[in-house]
Each structure stands twice: as structure tokens, then as C-alpha cells.
Design a protein around this ligand. Sequence first.
Ligand SMILES: Cc1cc2nc3c(=O)[nH]c(=O)nc-3n(C[C@H](O)[C@H](O)[C@H](O)COP(=O)(O)OP(=O)(O)OC[C@H]3O[C@@H](n4cnc5c(N)ncnc54)[C@H](O)[C@@H]3O)c2cc1C
Length: 585
Amino acid sequence: MPAQADNSPRVDYEPDPRQQPVCIVGAGAAGLITAHVLLQDGFTDVQVLTRDAAVGGVWMDGRVYPGVQTNSVHNQFSFSAMPMVEDASGSRLTGLDVQHYMATFAARFLEGKIRFNREVVQIRREDEDWLVDVRSMIGGVAETLRYTRVVVCTGGCSNPRVPESLSPAAAVAAGFIGPIVHTQDFAARQKEILVATKPGQDALGVVIVGGRRSAQDLSAYLANQGRKVSMVFNGTDSVIASRRRMPDFIRKSRLLSLFSPHPELRTWLERFLHTTWLGSKLVAAFWSCLDSEAHVALKIPSDSPLHGPTTFWNVANDEDTPTPGSMRFHALVNAGKISLVAPAHVDGFASDGRSVVLDNGEVLAADAVVLATGYDSSWAGLFDEKTRKELGIERRSPPPHTIRYRWDYKSLENGPHTAADAEAPGPAFVRGLVPARNIFRRDFAVNGAVLTAHNAMSCEVSAHWISAYFLRDALLLPSTMEQALEHGERQAQWMRQRYPGLLNSLNESYSTMAAVWDGPQWIDGLLEDMGLPIMRSGGNWLTWPFKVVRVQEVATLKEERDAQRTQVRIAKGRGRSARMYSKKP
Ligand SMILES: Cc1cc2nc3c(=O)[nH]c(=O)nc-3n(C[C@H](O)[C@H](O)[C@H](O)COP(=O)(O)OP(=O)(O)OC[C@H]3O[C@@H](n4cnc5c(N)ncnc54)[C@H](O)[C@@H]3O)c2cc1C
């Protein structure tokens, strides 16, 4: 990042940010850890608003659908202040484990800090404050709350995307009589779906629209309930799986991350892997082996539409090690219990009221339709026009043809051919956390909009970064707004080059940055900004790539930041520069 240490002096008469009210919108993983870190840092007036009746967001009680497991083993979705349930089998956590964890975390650390059933309908600025319009989900009472700072943690998967042609209104218009449910509401409406789709010869079955993770989970669940299931999709995720369980020093270490390039290559090993001919061949072989192993482990034939895109360039589902006799998605497909209709797109409901029409003209009978159609931005409508513009929190136009940034990595040659350069970049953010246009006001941030497999750890370190930013601690920040915008542009260009096509498939609230496989390097960047030690997993020059990355590595960030603040004060008192560290631009 073109950056320099923030040496702007804290003026004594400035009010202490800790005494000023902070609003956190959202009580999912990102909201909970942000609130916890700010409270630990001494912020006295922290309020979390959520439109839900419980904490957890995606993992909320009543939202976790049957069979969902976390999609990655990394950091097991826990924060450093509280261990996750022991993962005895070594496989992935269930959605219920995560839900229980989030509820326990909130009860232990955030009692009285969360206001439930409060939907934020608009955030706008008035003078130096934020006005937050809130509507009660029970009774609809409206109120306007005033805060000095806002952290938006509304998630990239909280506003279901329902195509108009498959909306309940379209169903009524076509006379479709079965239930239509988005995956987000599946848990709540599970009984209704099961009743409407009885097993048996006469059953029409369920049409699942979409081919990614939730579509696969719910296809498997319904097939296991004896329902006839057709999954209609155009594209699917890559997949990771192995016949034998990989040891932690491979599966949970930095190894996978090192084989994924990052905008900054900090070590000789990364430079070797990504910038030399030999290294790039090793990288290609590594990912190719992973793909082949997954296809063998899950018995995916080469002509199957589930033979997804190459993992290196994509987001992948982690299927771990299939247990013999398991009735999970791929096994059910192979057993003929789930029909794959691909490539195809559901265009809408047929006029007979009992089926849907595909783009190839085919008609599929359905007792019910499950929409695994993804999510829209949770920021849509959250800000008035003026605030949106001021923050620059909207998707930008595709860049002109001259691409200003290009990473000359050998490992990034021969990527998939897409119209990547025409992809509209997400909003320009610094470190995926602060809108570039607002960088110097230090009163607004976002947590949870960075796509990474190291989700919980990334949110925790991001929360420290945000707190340091609010507190005006020493932090590497761009020194002008132009630099901040350039930084945002550079990140967007990285996303286009590293994951071609991804930006087009992500909504704004999940697209400030992607560090899918390179989460540890991403987290190191945040630590570097704060002037804290990086690459914390330990080991010596030979063993460090194999050391398991654990969230406990960041358990002492508060103490480290406190100590650093004291040092800065002493240095300032002695008339020395407060610049604690330097970084190449
Ligand atoms: C089924 C499913 C499985 C997933 N599995 C994984 C996985 O295994 N690994 C992984 O890394 N990621 C996974 N994800 C992505 C997931 O979104 C993130 O991992 C993470 O849980 C998101 O946390 P969050 O706090 O950012 O957002 P969320 O959990 O979505 O929380 C958003 C919060 O914001 C609140 N909110 C939203 N809008 C408003 C508003 N206007 N007013 C008030 N409150 C509002 C919601 O009520 C909620 O409390 C999964 C997503 C889904 C849908």
C-alpha cells in the first residue's frame, strides 16, 4: 500500500474517542468480534444493532439449515478469547457448532450491548455525527439514534437474492402452487417444504436453483429425506477433498496459502514460487494435484458438470475426507438420487402451475422450488444518496483499457479467459475496511466484507485495525485521499487478475478485497499496518511453512497495541518522531 505512518498529532482538546458512542450494525461474526475488541480497548458506549432476534447472522439459531458445515477448516470460525468446541473428528464444524459458539461468545462478552429486532433503514451524516434510522421488527416503531462512529458489519450473505422471474409474485402470477423458498429461509420453512414434497411415485420433486454450496447441501438433505431432487445450474464451485485425511501441518498450516500468490511477496519462498519459472510449475502442479485428488476422492467423472473450475483461480468448497457410505452430496449424485440439470438456467414458472421453464426450453415439474440464488449487497438502501457518494461505497465503473497495475507473476500466467479487465471494481476501500474517500474522518468502517477462508481470524485482526484507526494509534495509512483511492484501485485490480470473474459474481458488501487462500498473508498486512509482528505461527527457517495457523496467535494484540501506544507517547515526550516502523511504498 502506498502508505506512511500516521503521525498526525492527537490534539489534546479532541474528545477521547473511547467516550463517544459507536454503533455496530450487525451481530454476525464480524459484528460480535468488532464490538468485543472495541470494548476491550476501552470504548465505553458500544451498541450493536441487529434486525435478527438472535446473534450469529448466517449462523443464527433458526437460520442454520440441516447439514450445513463450515466450508473451511481454517481457524474453525472462532475468536482468540474463547476456544471453539473440540473438533474431535478433525473434520469441519457443523453450523450448529458455530451457532452455539456465537451465542456463547455474545452471552459471555457482550451482555446488554446488543439491541435485537432493530433494522437499520438508513445511515446518514449530520454535522460530525451519524444519524441512524432504526425500525423495530416487532411493531415497526421507528427511532433515530445518534453516534459518533459507525462500523457496518451487515455481511455479504444476509440479503437473499431472489430473481424477479422466480419471486413469490411471479409464482402467483403463473399460478404456481408450491412453496418457493430461498436457502436463507429454508431452516425456518423446512416443515412446509417437506409437507409439500412428499416422497413417492407421484411426487413431482423439488427443483433447486443454483449449483453452489447451499444448493448442494440442501439437495443432499432433501434427497436423504427421500425427495426427488433436480439441481439446475450453470456453474459450480471448485472443490477440495482427499481420500485420506491430510495432516494438520498441511491442511491447516500456511502451506496452501504460500502456494497462493499475494500482492506482496514477503518471503523468498513466495518469491520463488510465484516469480520463477520453476516455482510456477510447482504451484501449477500443487493445485492440479489438489483438483485431481478431490475428483478421485469424490468420484466426480471428468464429464460431470461438477467437474468445476480449477481451485487455484476460484473459491472452493471444502469436502474434507468423504467417509465410506456417507450420504453427502457427491455420493448421492453418484447414486442417482440427485439429478443434475446443467448447464441450464431456470427462466421462470410454467403456466401449468406445477413446473418451471428452463432456458433450453425444457420444462421441469416441481412441488417446490428452492432458490440457492445467492445474495445481494446488504448495503443496498442502507445509506442515503449523499452519504453513499461521500463515502464512495458503491461499485465503480469498469476501468479504462489502460490497466495501471499488473503483477508480473509467473504463477498468474495462463489464467482463465474472461472479460476480467471489464469487471466493475467494488467500492474503493483501504485494506477492505475503510472507504478511501472517508479515510481521514476516522468515523466509519466496515468489517466482514473481505472474502477469505480465514474468516474469523481476519475479522478479529480487522477489528483491531479499526479500533487503532478510531483511536488514532500509529497505523500505516495513505497520506492523501488520492493515495487511498489508488490503493483501492490496486486492490480491485488484484482481484481481477487473481480471481478472474469473481468480482462480477460478488455483491458490493462482499467485494472490498479477496484473499481466498492467502488469508495469512492478508492478516500479516493488517498486522504490519499496526506495526506488530507478522508470521506468528512459529517454527524455524525450515519448518515455518508447516506450522498450523491458529487464532490464538493474535490473542495478545490488545496488550501489544497498548505497549506500542505507550512507546509512542514516550518517544513523543522525548521529542523523537513517533514513526515506529517504516514500510516500502
Ligand atoms: C450458508 C452459508 C454458509 C457459509 N459458510 C461459510 C464458511 O464455511 N466459511 C466462510 O468463511 N464463510 C462462510 N459463509 C460466508 C459467511 O457470510 C461469513 O463467513 C460470515 O459468517 C459472515 O459473517 P458476517 O458477520 O460478516 O455477516 P452475517 O453473518 O451475515 O451477519 C450480518 C448481520 O447483520 C445484520 N444486518 C444486516 N442488515 C441489517 C440491517 N439493515 N439492520 C440491522 N441489522 C442488519 C444481520 O441481522 C446479522 O446480524 C457462509 C455463508 C452462508 C450463507
